[in-house]
Design a protein around this ligand. Sequence first.
Ligand SMILES: [Zn+2]
Length: 196
Amino acid sequence: MEDLFIASRMKSGDWTWTVTTRLLLFLEELEDLFGPRCVKYLYGGVEFADDGPYVWYPFGKYVVVRLSSPCVNEPARALFQLAHESVHLIAPLGSREGVTVLEEALASWFQLKIVAEHSQLFAEDWKVLPPRYASAAALITPLLCENPQAIKRIRVRQPNFHDISMELLKEEFVNAPDEVLRQLTSPFSVWAEGQQ
Ligand SMILES: [Zn+2]
């Protein structure tokens, strides 16, 4: 896999992707899938920390993606985490509190999509998410299969994942059980405790 930290010019004259530009590539794809990004928080770039991955909000006005430190030596790990965190840039909440199951489900679903598309880069044990994220992805996957444009349409009316109601979900995911839709609108931190 290409170096994700040092851009180099290819024979074609184009430059290779780095974590910064690869994330922008993900955002382009995500806007196609889930609608335009909310721009309340300006995207400030990617950095690394021992307690990553997550997004955080410098000065309360920017959003920065923080990946875990081992990613510096493991490009596949960086790509894996970057795919997930990029979804948290679509409608940043401004805090880690209150992120819904829906948002984590979409982030986990997109992460699995990227793994499937770059399958040769990932060892088998990398293709499995931690149980609570795998469970979140399992809630949304059949719904998106049936109605791939649903989230994009819902976000025209309510762009913030956090404020998407069960009623709005029901209008697009007409065949989904209420219990699934109720779980999707729950705070992830509370819901995840019941998944362990
Ligand atoms: Zn997440």
